[in-house]
Structures are given as structure tokens and as C-alpha cells.
Design a protein around this ligand. Structure first.
Ligand code: FRU
Length: 545
């Protein structure tokens, strides 16, 4: 016991004695930093010309498992002093370069998804501030640039012209004196209500949560250069509701314009549900109402029912995607339905795209896929963008989601067959055995047994059971309750599978086994189900640059 105590004390003293500095001139765009999974997280601070500028925790190590990087463009030519609180051995290995370490194999790493967005280095969770503006879709996202696990939240940034091919840009928002940068949303302030606009350039305004050990507060920042650089509002925070809720859990502001009364609305998750706040200028917010039963990452938006613009409803959801349908008067959400769900699995913290192009009235959603990437220098994934719609069903109005049509552009010409037995279908699928990027559309009918499905290298990716009425273990009743048929749209990438059932009535997403026991590709199973039709497409990589 004594010995253990002494060792602990010694380790403590050693740690205390550690720490070191290294001074260099910034001459290249990137600073490459070596990290090891087993090293302790310790504080690193960059002092530029004597001023502390960036501070974060990192598992710096002289024996790295992988490398991460910092974009130093804004400090070129300046003197940088790096202070590190842990073992200083790794400091000597940090190097500046105009390439990130591993650039030669970027997007070709062993477990790199080929047609989903993943960040170059580090950890990703929620999509943030999804927005279309002036020819670009913006995907901001929760990003830890310094490790493939959650920490040090920044807003990462990527842009796309088509929602499918993404270009990762430098991080958009760094932690500041209010804390790290948690989830939030963006709007374009066309009417200059906040006074941030310059001449004819409207500001993109972001609302996000600043997280610190003591509190979570809501802040705003704005950009006048298409989201590339951001200025914090000097009156931050704009909402501090910790006392009101006697809770630190107040986060993830979703802001939008409420057209009928021309004011801003914020839906904010606070302790046990979503609150509504309103504002004339994005800076001063008034509390209006609260609805319990939701956790994290709110969204609230209007959709036509069955495509009829004169009959609309509002959809309110939380991080898991369970939702309510109701009405909204600009200050209060009034539910009209019980809670439903349209998707399960890896899906989390989804958000819909704001400010869609004028000629495009789709409501498009992107979710974080909670998918692990093993020993890769990156982690987390954005699930494919989906188009949401409200449709009248026998159980009332429900939310449907389907992959956006843009992904069709990645498809090869395709192969199709009809009316196959399981054996015939498996022979048909044989040539695609070693392909990691596939889309399969199939319709199957049960006949002599209660269940059937599809496996990928031995892993069940679809299990339909009409005795228990489940798809992959989750209750599912088709619109035609006596139907024995199921149609599926299956999207397979290196680490993920997404399955859309019956034209988006239900969907699920799952992690692929990284080291499967079998290598036998796609195999249908079941007692004589009929594969009424099957189409297979190979998907092109979005990273062919
Ligand atoms: C959801 C979430 C948010 C929070 C963010 C922090 O995944 O917990 O509530 O803002 O992640 O990264």
C-alpha cells in the first residue's frame, strides 16, 4: 500500500516537474503535432508575440500513434512560443510544413469512408450551422482538431456546391474566454437587424453555446466573408439561463426567422426540454415558452403535408430524432401528435439546412453518425443528407426521410434483376463482394417464414420479422399492415450502412464491423423469401481530387 502511495506521489511530483517550452518562427502553414493514445492529456498554449492565443489539451508524445495539425496561416512570420504542461519530449518533434503529416495518403487511409464527409484529422460530432449561401452549402461541425476523441470543441468547417463533395476549410470558431464552442446554428441577416452587415454584404450570424466547467451560455459571432473568418460579438453571452434552470445543461441554440411577425426565434435545449426565445436583433433575447421531453440539439421547421403548401405543420425534434408534429405561432409550439420516430441507430444530433436556394424548397437534414473508425487519425462521420417530408398515413401525419437526389450522381450505371430466389440473388451479388461503396435497392417478399434479411460479410445489416413486426429489432408496421413486402434503399460505405425502408417511412444506420469474421460479401437469408427486384450501383469516391 505504502509502495503504491509513494509511486503515486512520485508520479505526481514528476508530472508537476514536467512541462516545457519551445520557441520558433512560424514559416509554414501547418504545425504538425505528434500524439499517442496512451499519453496523458495536458494543456498546451500558443503564445504569439508574447500573448496567449490558443490553448487546448493534447496527448503530445515523442512516440506518436498519429499526427494532428494546426493551421497557422494567420500567424505567418510571427514568433510562437509553445508551452506544454506535460512531458516535454514531444515538443522537439513538432514541425512546421505546408503539408499536413500524412497528406500523401489523405482520404485513402484504411478506414476512410469514401462517400461520406469525415474530417481530415481529429474528432467530429454534431453538424452545426448548416446553411446555404451564395452558391455554397456550409457544414460546420463539432471538431476536436487535436485528437480522435471528444475534447476541445471547435467549429470545423467544410463547403460543398452539391451537398455531396465537400472541401474542408480551416476551423471556423476556436474556443475563447467564454469556453469551448458547442453546437449551434447560423442565419443570414439580410435585413441587418444586428447591425453587423457591411455595405451590400449581409452577415452570416452564428449562435452557439460556449461551454466552461461552470456554465453553458449562448453566444453569437458573425462572418462577412462566407464563413471563412468570424468576429465574436463583444456583448456575449446573449443568454445566460443557468440560474433560471438551476442547471448547467442549457445549449445548442437553433435560430431562424419567423416570417409572419418578422422576428428571430431561438429554440434552446434547457435542462429537460426545448425553450423558445424571440429577438428583434439576435442580441437581445426574450424567453417565451418551454416544452419538456427533449434532450440536446433542437430543430423546429415547417413542412407542407403531402406537398400541399396551404396545409403545413411544424416538426420539433431533439438529438435522438424523436419528434412531435404541431403548430407554431412564433412564440409557442403546440403539439398535435404523440411522439414518433422515423430513424434509429447511429443517427444523432441532426440539423436541417437553413436558407436553401430560392428555387429549392426542400428541407434537407444532416446527422452525425456515431461511428467509430478504429485506429484512424479521425473519428465520427456525417450521415448522408436526406430530404424530409410530411405524409398522411393511417397513423396520422408522419415524417419521412430519403437520401437526397444529388447522391444519384455518384452511382455507376447499375445492374438490375427481378424475381430471384435467395440463391439467385446471392449469385447476382457475388461480383460486388469486395466493394466498399455500394447502393442497393431491393424489394423482398416473405412467404414461408416469418423473417428474412441481408448480411454483409456475416454482419446482419437488415432483419425483417413479420411475426414480431420489426426491422432490425425495432417495431415497424408497413402502411399496408397485411403486406409481406418490404422495399429497402441500402447505402454502404467503408464504415457505415444506412437503410431507408418503404420510401423513407423508417430508416436506420449502423456501424460496419471493422474486422469481419467472413469475407463473403452480401448474402440474403431466410426460408424462401422472394427478391422481387434488386438494383446494385457502385458509388464513386467523393475524394477523387
Ligand atoms: C450532442 C452534444 C451537444 C453539445 C455538443 C458538444 O452530441 O452533446 O449537446 O453542444 O454535443 O460537443
Amino acid at each position: 500500500m505504502k509502495k503504491i502511495l509513494l509511486t503515486v506521489l512520485a508520479a505526481g511530483c514528476l508530472t508537476f516537474a514536467w512541462g516545457g517550452d519551445r520557441t520558433l518562427t512560424v514559416t509554414a502553414r501547418y504545425l504538425n503535432l505528434p500524439v499517442a493514445r496512451q499519453a496523458d492529456r495536458r494543456q498546451m498554449t500558443f503564445h504569439i508575440d508574447g500573448r496567449p492565443e490558443r490553448s487546448f489539451v493534447i496527448r503530445l508524445s515523442a512516440k506518436p500513434d498519429y499526427w494532428v495539425f494546426c493551421d497557422m496561416s494567420e500567424y505567418l512570420g510571427k514568433t510562437l512560443r509553445i508551452h506544454f504542461d506535460g512531458s516535454p519530449a514531444g515538443l522537439d518533434h513538432i514541425y512546421g510544413d505546408n503539408q499536413i503529416a500524412g497528406a500523401d495518403s489523405l482520404y485513402r487511409e484504411a478506414n476512410r469512408p469514401q462517400w461520406h464527409f469525415t474530417t481530415r484529422r481529429g474528432w467530429t460530432n454534431d453538424p452545426n450551422g448548416l446553411l446555404y449561401y451564395d452558391g455554397e452549402y456550409h457544414l460546420f461541425y463539432q471538431h476536436n482538431p487535436y485528437e480522435s476523441e471528444w475534447e476541445n470543441m471547435h467549429w470545423g468547417h467544410a463547403v460543398s456546391a452539391d451537398l455531396i463533395h465537400w472541401e474542408e476549410l480551416p476551423d471556423a470558431l476556436y474556443p475563447d474566454r467564454h469556453g469551448t464552442v458547442f453546437s449551434g446554428s447560423t442565419v443570414v441577416d439580410y435585413e441587418n437587424t444586428a447591425g453587423f452587415n457591411r455595405a451590400t454584404t449581409p452577415a452570416i450570424v452564428a449562435a452557439y453555446t460556449a461551454d466552461s466547467p461552470e456554465r453553458q451560455v449562448q453566444c453569437i459571432a458573425y462572418s462577412l466573408d462566407k464563413g471563412r473568418t468570424w468576429t465574436r460579438y463583444d456583448g456575449n453571452p446573449v443568454i445566460n439561463s443557468k440560474e433560471q434552470w438551476n442547471s448547467k445543461d442549457t445549449r445548442d441554440p437553433r435560430i431562424f426567422r419567423y416570417a409572419p411577425s418578422n422576428h428571430w426565434v431561438m429554440v434552446l435545449n434547457e435542462r429537460n426540454g426545448h425553450s423558445i426565445y424571440t429577438s428583434a436583433d439576435l442580441k437581445h433575447w426574450q424567453y417565451e415558452s418551454h416544452i419538456t421531453g427533449f434532450w440536446e440539439c433542437p430543430d423546429l421547421f415547417e413542412l407542407p403535408v403531402d406537398g400541399n403548401p396551404r396545409n403545413t405543420r411544424r416538426v420539433m425534434y431533439g438529438a435522438s430524432g424523436t419528434y412531435l408534429i404541431g403548430r407554431f405561432d412564433g412564440r409557442q409550439f403546440i403539439p398535435e401528435s404523440g411522439k414518433h420516430r422515423y430513424t434509429t441507430g447511429a443517427f444523432y444530433a441532426a440539423q436541417t439546412v437553413a436558407n436553401m436556394p430560392d428555387d429549392d424548397d426542400r428541407r434537407i437534414q444532416i446527422a452525425w453518425g456515431r461511428i467509430a473508425h478504429g485506429d484512424m487519425p479521425f473519428n465520427g462521420i456525417m450521415l448522408l443528407p436526406t430530404e424530409l417530408s410530411l405524409r398522411t398515413t393511417k397513423e396520422g401525419i408522419k415524417l419521412f426521410s430519403n437520401p437526397v437526389k444529388e447522391i444519384d450522381r455518384l452511382q455507376s450505371s447499375g445492374h438490375r434483376a427481378d424475381h430471384l430466389t435467395v440463391e439467385q440473388a446471392n449469385r447476382f451479388l457475388e461480383p460486388f463482394k469486395n466493394i466498399d461503396a455500394l447502393r442497393i435497392k431491393a424489394r423482398l417478399r416473405l412467404s414461408h417464414a416469418t423473417d428474412a434479411g441481408l448480411r454483409l460479410h456475416g454482419q446482419p445489416i437488415l432483419t425483417y420479422d413479420m411475426n414480431f413486426n420489426t426491422v432490425n429489432g425495432v417495431f415497424y408496421s408497413p402502411e399496408e399492415p397485411t403486406s409481406m413486402e418490404l422495399s429497402v434503399d441500402i447505402l454502404i460505405d467503408k464504415t457505415s450502412v444506412e437503410v431507408f425502408v418503404d420510401d423513407g417511412a423508417y430508416s436506420f444506420s449502423l456501424q460496419r464491423e471493422i474486422r469481419p469474421r467472413h469475407r463473403d460479401g452480401l448474402q440474403f437469408w431466410g426460408n424462401r423469401p422472394e427478391i422481387l427486384s434488386i438494383e446494385v450501383y457502385e458509388m464513386a469516391s467523393i475524394w477523387n481530387r
